[in-house]
Design a protein around this ligand. Structure first.
Ligand code: SAH
Ligand code: TMP
Ligand code: ZN
Length: 404
């Protein structure tokens, strides 16, 4: 029997993706024999509507001095975060001397926009390699996990914040009741908690099941976020859908009755209800959709291979770990995966052990078929790879690329 991480209701997984390695755990061949695996099984709580993983590896196994994801590798995301920073400044800094705290600030992609303007800011980032990058760029950063004890330190050494922001990290944190408490202590009276994460509705509609991996212990919806934070006297005052990471939602929460709610809030609640996001049957349908997707994806790879086509992967994303391991696709089908992140290169993909190569290697060993694992960066990549496509190269994916 399992307990909902939020409301303690009894929950059961509605499916399993099988044994999975750490999604960002790119490794050398001498590390294969000690590779860690856990059971990747999502569950839906019909009481508080939280979509969650039954098991999540210890955060210290995922976020450390060799963390493989650097936010600034994407130019599109750099632009996104610049606009995000301007939007926060325009809408949520009431104070003459504002203070912003970011949870999971990574290489400083968001906070550098405030640092450049000398706006008081603080990043909290446990992965020391990415945090160092931020510090080098003048972003004030504490290399620790955000939690209650750190909150006490911040109150002692800094002050209350106008805004606590988090991008693609709130859904990584297993104990959100603790985060609710911390936000309550840290925010000024009219302060706001703003976060964005991949959106459950997009994942269900697009069958982008690769959003499900160890780091994403939750996939949020307006319904579940409301239930998680209302216990901490915080309410949703704004919802804005984002194109990032294959469809995300930005949630803005304020203290109860301190700020006006926009009409978007009702709109998304209704939309989620219409879709049946609160119904267990929806998740059974999703399970079936995943199984169909797996069958089709493997079949199309085999067809290309049998026709003698050279197949490579493009972008060794954390998401691709779920696709490759769930579909049991190894280097018999995909020869190599190219990625621009140095820490991933010349290693092997988690679990399936496909070689990870540099971008130059891709240019020198052009495949016929490129599996676009970084499908969420499609526009940026297609623009860059006009030459590949013009010469007859083809991008494919397990998701429908026309939707992005
Ligand atoms: N905000 C960036 C990075 C997202 S990746 C972006 O959107 O691109 C998630 C980051 O959160 C990682 O750098 C990870 O080290 C960090 N992280 C994970 N758990 C955390 C926690 N409990 N407190 C603070 N940061 C955390
Ligand atoms: P993400 O989907 O989690 O943002 O990860 C994207 C991965 O894809 C990251 O490892 C960097 C890689 N990548 C490339 O190799 N080339 C590119 O042009 C882009 C945008 C990303
Ligand atoms: Zn629950």
């Amino acid at each position: 029997m399992n307990e909902c991480r939020i409301c303690k209701n009894t929950i059961e997984p509605f499916m399993t993706f099988g044994k999975m390695p750490i999604a960002n755990g790119f490794l050398k061949d001498n590390e294969f024999k000690n590779e860690y695996f856990y059971d990747l099984s999502p569950a839906f709580c019909s009481k508080c509507f939280s979509f969650q993983l039954i098991n999540q590896p210890d955060p210290k196994m995922m976020f450390h001095e060799n963390y493989a994801f650097f936010s600034k590798t994407s130019k599109f995301m750099q632009t996104h975060f610049k606009q995000f920073a301007d939007w926060i400044e325009q809408n949520y800094f009431n104070d003459k001397n504002p203070f912003i705290i970011e949870i999971g600030s990574n290489d400083g992609i968001l906070l550098e926009n405030f640092a450049k303007k000398n706006i008081d800011h603080l990043g909290i980032e446990p992965s020391s390699n990415v945090a160092e990058n931020a510090l080098k760029n003048g972003v004030n950063t504490i290399t620790k996990f955000f939690n209650e004890s750190l909150t006490s330190d911040i109150l002692e050494n800094y002050r209350k914040a106008d805004c606590i922001v988090a991008a693609n990290v709130m859904c990584h944190i297993p104990d959100l009741n603790e985060i609710g408490k911390c936000a309550n202590s840290l925010l000024k009276e009219k302060g706001v908690l703003i976060f964005e994460d991949p959106y459950l509705l997009d994942m269900l509609q697009r069958v982008s099941y690769d959003q499900i991996y160890d780091e994403h212990v939750f996939m949020f919806s307006a319904h579940s976020v409301n239930n998680i934070f209302k216990e901490h006297n915080l309410e949703i005052i704004e919802l804005i859908h984002q194109k990032t990471h294959g469809g995300s939602m930005r949630y803005v929460l304020g203290r109860k009755n301190q700020r006006q709610k926009t009409n978007n809030v009702n709109y998304f609640f209704e939309k989620e209800k219409e879709f049946g996001l609160d119904k267990f049957e929806t998740y059974i349908k999703f399970k079936n959709d995943c199984e169909i997707s797996k069958k089709n994806f493997v079949q199309s790879l085999k067809n290309y291979r049998d026709k003698g086509k050279k197949i490579a992967g493009y972008g060794a994303t954390s998401k691709s770990t779920t696709v490759l391991n769930y579909c049991e696709v190894d280097s018999n089908l995909i020869e190599y995966i190219s990625d621009t992140t140095p820490i991933k290169q010349n290693k092997f993909s988690p679990g399936m052990h496909i070689p990870i190569k540099t971008y130059d290697f891709f240019l020198e060993n052009i495949p016929d078929i490129a599996v676009l694992f970084a499908w969420n960066h499609k526009n940026e990549i297609i623009n860059k790879e006009k030459n590949f496509v013009n010469k007859g190269g083809k991008f494919i994916s397990h998701v429908n690329l026309n939707n992005y």
